[in-house]
Design a protein around this ligand. Structure first.
Ligand code: ADP
Ligand code: MG
Length: 386
């Protein structure tokens, strides 16, 4: 299989006569801080060496000509008559165009050929990579000089408002703002962020894709958001200063929610604990204590599985397989849940053995194959010069 970059260059030159600008937009991992972004909490993502590559050029007219190499599909419309589909791939692009127009940024016709190696729907945020890649490309082509943070926000809005997925800001932030070998500690309330070097000598980030995506993912995601909001409303009756679970404490939810609603209690408890775990985990990383950090990842999985209830049989199995393995320092399900990948911190020299063992066990238990990726932390969206 050809590299996606060679594929888009070849396809572009077959289809269009001009020379394109080339952009790559990465997917992301999140070390800890899951389901905290829409609760105004903290997350710890990083952009990785899996990308959507885009070849883009300006046109002289108002036509939008989009080609998805991976889906072998094209979409042609123009800047004032494109229409919304049902989560069709073009929506992720049209949503960004729509945001450019709403913000009165300069935009006219353009060509775009794209392809990537981020698995779709596996929790590595191929959707955010596509949105951020397009936002960056259009900003570049039409010389808008948009601040990167504004591109993050408009890409998130494209997904929220146009595609119709109410995701938090983490994915777009990580894809746009990522930095080589650094994790981003992001406060999703203030959008304050800091880069922390990830010092993990002899340890790699290994992703196991369960290759399942249960249909529950969107509906349960929305339900979790609502349950968190309900929890906040219950707390506000006594503590009006609580505007999101970010402001809540375990003592508050023990006092107010525990006696009234067991499910809301577990959801809120998980979120509050996860924010604490993240803050303490950042301290672990600063001290170079990967063992302590890894233990927190296992605790996160436990919380996501038992209290937040967004895991599934396959993800729980993959975590159970590595839990008592001394070569795996930490592991948890990553992303929205109900499928997708687990993220594992694994001693470098034992990766091969681990992959073989897990593949066999997973096949035997679930009759499915896993796909393995070793994630390296790379820069966020950028122009490619070749
Ligand atoms: P995730 O962001 O976790 O990968 P989503 O369901 O949010 O999963 O987004 C996946 C969608 O993004 C795909 O269904 C498709 O519409 C679009 N997409 C992502 N990558 C590509 C690609 N390489 N080619 C075409 N469409 C893509
Ligand atoms: Mg997505």
């Amino acid at each position: 299989m050809n590299h996606p970059l060679s594929q888009i260059i070849a396809k572009f030159s077959q289809t269009f006569s001009e020379k394109p600008a080339l952009v790559r937009a990465p997917g992301r991992v999140n070390l800890i801080g899951e389901h905290t972004d829409y609760n105004n909490g903290f997350v710890l993502p990083a952009s990785i060496n899996k990308y959507i590559y885009l070849a883009v050029s300006k046109r002289d007219d108002n036509k939008i000509h989009l080609i998805s190499v991976d889906l072998n599909d094209e979409y042609i419309s123009d800047t004032d008559s494109y229409i919304q589909h049902e989560k069709h791939w073009a929506d992720y692009i049209l949503g960004v165009i729509n945001q450019f127009q709403k913000n009165n940024y300069s935009i006219s016709g353009f060509n775009c050929v794209f392809s990537g190696d981020i698995p779709l729907g596996a929790g590595l945020s191929s959707s955010a990579a596509l949105e951020c890649g397009i936002a960056f490309s259009l900003n570049y082509l039409f010389g808008n000089n948009i601040d990167k943070i504004d591109m993050v926000k408009l890409s998130q809005k494209a997904e929220n408002e146009y595609v119709g997925v109410k995701s938090g800001i983490m994915d777009q932030f990580a894809s746009m703002m990522g930095k080589k070998e650094q994790v981003i500690k992001l406060d999703c309330q203030s959008l304050e962020y800091e880069y922390n070097p990830l010092r993990m000598d002899g340890i790699e980030i290994v992703l196991f894709n369960s290759n399942v995506k249960h249909s529950l993912v969107t509906s349960e995601y929305n339900t979790r958001r609502q349950q968190c909001e309900t929890g906040v409303k219950m707390l506000q009756e006594k503590y009006p200063q609580v505007s999101s679970l970010r402001d809540a404490t375990i003592a508050m939810i023990d006092e107010i929610i525990k006696p009234k609603d067991e499910i809301i209690y577990r959801r809120c408890k998980y979120v509050v604990e996860e924010n604490t775990r993240l803050l303490e985990g950042c301290e672990d990383l600063r001290k170079g204590d990967v063992i302590a950090f890894g233990k927190k990842m296992f605790a996160t999985h436990e919380g996501l599985s038992k209290d937040y209830e967004v895991s599934c049989e396959e993800l729980d199995f993959l975590i159970e397989c590595v839990k008592n393995n001394p070569d795996v320092l930490g592991a948890r399900m990553m992303g929205g849940g109900f499928g997708g990948c687990t993220i594992n911190l694994v001693k470098k020299n034992s990766i091969e053995k681990l992959v073989n063992t897990i593949s066999e066990k997973y096949k035997a238990a679930m009759n499915k194959d896993i796909t393995t990726y070793i994630a390296q932390i790379e820069d966020g969206v950028s122009l490619i010069t070749i």
